[in-house]
Design a binder for this molecule. Structure first.
Ligand code: NAP
Length: 247
């Protein structure tokens, strides 16, 4: 059985999740989830194994409850425990006003970003409570939770607002089990999510409007997440940490 702490990351084939995996590799063994892009997940796996991590990758859509069971079964089979969950998988729609959004769009955003994240956290809590020595859950929210993102994607912003509320509530629920629950709110970060939302140049275009005059990197967000996961943040729970360059 592995002696290193086990970190499970959803959406680890790209962007912030992949950056977390690479940063965590010297200190953790890893369970890396991806939705579709196996080649990119395998590239992350090679990188983390090269610095000594034992790593399993597992395909699964967090909006599908059966896939969530598959993800955690992979963790159970490989390591028998989960010590840190980076609850990162998330999607955004194309830029639109509420009057242009239909049920299918809003439901998909909520199924992935809210219901999926809650059920993933549930499975992590069950395992952390069973092993009895606590853990850390970092939910990846967004500055959109504060800003509302009107005229762009307020469905996404509302989903991240729900994540911040969920973070606070769950942190109260499991504090007595020494399980810390936090959210990180990235601002405008240079990843492919903007292209998936139909605006590949969004981060470079909006970067100069940020108080720090630039977009952030996935690695800068990963540093904050891994700090929250570590024992250096041992008295932090229920918090939302902005990683936004001041936005
Ligand atoms: P990204 O580059 O698009 O990567 C998203 C990752 O999530 C990929 O590994 C993707 O896998 C996976 N994923 C997507 N849908 C999934 C699903 N249903 N089930 C499992 N995995 C799924 O995005 P990112 O920018 O790194 O975003 C990561 C998190 O940060 C998200 O929660 C996002 O809302 C949040 N965030 C990002 C920014 C930003 O500016 N980039 C700002 C604030 C918050 P596949 O590639 O296989 O689809």
């Amino acid at each position: 059985m592995s002696q290193r702490p086990i970190c499970l990351i959803t959406g680890a084939s790209a962007g912030i999740g992949a950056a977390c995996a690479r940063l965590a590799a010297p200190d953790y063994d890893l369970v890396l989830n991806y939705r579709a892009n196996r080649a990119d997940a395998e590239a992350v796996q090679r990188d983390v194994e090269a610095v000594g991590a034992t790593c399993v990758i597992v395909k699964g859509d967090v909006s599908n409850p059966e896939d969530i069971q598959t993800i955690f079964q992979a963790a159970d089979d490989a390591f028998g425990r989960v010590d840190v969950l980076i609850n990162n998988a998330g999607i955004v729609g194309t830029s639109a006003k509420l009057t242009e959004m239909d049920h299918a769009r809003i439901a998909q955003i909520m199924n992935v970003n809210v219901i999926g994240a809650m059920l993933v956290a549930k499975e992590a809590v069950i395992r952390m409570q069973a092993k009895g020595d606590g853990g850390a859950i970092i939910n990846v929210s967004s500055a959109a939770a504060r800003l509302g993102s009107g005229n762009q994607y307020l469905d996404y912003a509302a989903s991240k607002g729900a994540i911040d509320t969920f973070t606070k509530g769950l942190s109260d629920e499991v504090a007595g089990d020494n399980i810390r629950v936090m959210s990180v709110r990235p601002g405008i970060i240079l990843t492919d999510i903007h292209g998936k939302g139909g605006e590949p140049d969004r981060a470079t275009r909006m970067g100069p409007n940020v108080p720090m005059k630039r977009a952030g990197t996935a690695e800068e967000v990963a540093e904050a997440i891994l700090w929250l996961a570590s024992s250096k943040a041992s008295y932090v729970t229920g918090s939302a940490l902005d990683v936004t360059g001041g936005r």
